[in-house]
Design a protein around this ligand. Structure first.
Ligand code: KG4
Ligand code: ZN
Length: 345
């Protein structure tokens, strides 16, 4: 593939509408994310119908915007990639249909990107990580509001899920605990701020699945325990927040430790998703990796959370192997990583 190959990437699987123009040498020519937070805030969570309509409303403008910023028009593109699952079906249809339209009109290859694969490959974007690109295999902890899984990344298209959540995603747990504490949605960052004024040892909270075999996660019991501590009325909210955060960090560290035991020979512990922004979580995971002589790699936050650069990059990785998709590809609300396969080329 020529290093000056240019791809348009589109992300619309949840509540971020995003578009990016990326060159195969890793240069981000333009990158734009529209977060629908305001649209959903009043409802305390993402409303699928509102999300779909907002994607439809904002995507054309975002694509025009990134092409303008990149100083190109459609004729300069070599390919177009769109998140085509897993996610909310309305948004997936909007993004994938838009990309297919561009591909059809300009005779370009189309790439249907798995959102989880895009998160998994982000650290391979040339120049993104000061530590350099980790070699396969590496371990990915995806910690977001919608996803909570531990994935062994063995190669392009070769993923093994080692664990997942049995109930809530970790970001969802932060959001629910924050809501109980009366904080605005999404609550993760607010809870972290409140926790800064609290004592993490003040309130005894459970550590779900700690020490258990495997690396599955569970957070709903922790949320219930927060509700109970609040109802008892004997603890300061800041102490509850700090104790909750400490419990989550301890559980994540334990699970990551188990995962690393299950996957000998990995080159790094990679962390992605909005919860990777949390200082306590990062420190806990960093010490797990360091104790094993491994680097913990967390992409800069804007590439940790949902964005279109990661979609464009996953598109380039696949395009390099000629693994393009048919325009008949139907977006998939459910699309486990294990169902992907390595490109044949
Ligand atoms: O990856 P992300 O932006 O995407 C979605 O899942 O849509 O993750 C958002 C999640 C939310 O649940 C949010 O509360 C959480 O990440 N989050 C945090 C922090 N910043 C964002 N959780 C804990 N501490 C933070 N500083
Ligand atoms: Zn995501």
């Amino acid at each position: 593939m020529r290093p000056d190959t240019i791809i348009l990437g589109i992300e619309s699987s949840c509540d971020e509408t995003a578009a990016a123009v990326l060159r195969a040498d890793g240069t981000i020519l333009a990158d734009s994310v529209f977060s629908q937070l305001k649209e959903h805030a009043a409802f305390g969570g993402v409303v699928p119908e509102i999300a779909a309509r907002a994607h439809l409303q904002h995507l054309p403008r975002l694509v025009a915007d990134v092409l303008g910023k990149a100083g190109i028009n459609y004729a300069a593109l070599d390919a177009v990639a769109a998140t085509s699952g897993p996610g909310l079906i309305g948004g997936l249809i909007v993004g994938a249909s838009f990309a297919k339209g561009v591909a059809l009109a300009h005779d370009l290859p189309f790439l249907a990107i798995n959102h989880l694969e895009a998160h998994a490959l982000t650290v391979r974007l040339p120049g993104l990580m000061p530590e350099g690109v980790p070699a396969f295999p590496y371990l990915l902890l995806l910690l977001s509001g919608g996803h909570c899984q531990c994935v062994l990344v063995e190669g392009l298209g070769r993923y093994r899920r080692l664990g997942t959540t049995l109930d809530d995603a970790v970001g969802e747990a932060f959001d629910k605990a924050a809501k109980l504490l009366g904080l605005p949605w999404p609550g993760g960052p607010h809870l972290e701020r409140l926790a800064g004024a609290g004592d993490p040892g003040a309130v005894a909270l459970p550590r779900p699945l700690l020490g258990r075999a495997g690396c599955d996660f569970s957070f709903s019991g922790l949320k219930t325990a927060v509700a109970r501590a609040l109802a008892q009325g004997q603890s300061r909210p800041a102490d509850i927040a700090a104790s909750f955060q400490a419990a989550v960090a301890a559980v994540l560290a334990d699970r990551a430790n188990h995962a690393l035991e299950m996957a000998p020979g990995v080159t790094a512990l990679v962390v992605a998703g909005g919860v990777a922004a949390n200082g306590s979580v990062r420190r806990a995971l960093d010490s797990v990796a360091t104790a094993r002589g491994l680097p913990m790699l967390a992409p800069p936050l804007r590439f940790c959370t949902d964005n279109a650069v990661m979609v464009a990059w996953a598109g380039l990785e696949r395009l390099r192997h000629g693994a393009t998709d048919s325009l008949a590809f139907n977006p998939r609300p459910r699309w486990p990583l294990a169902e992907l396969s390595p490109p044949a080329g």
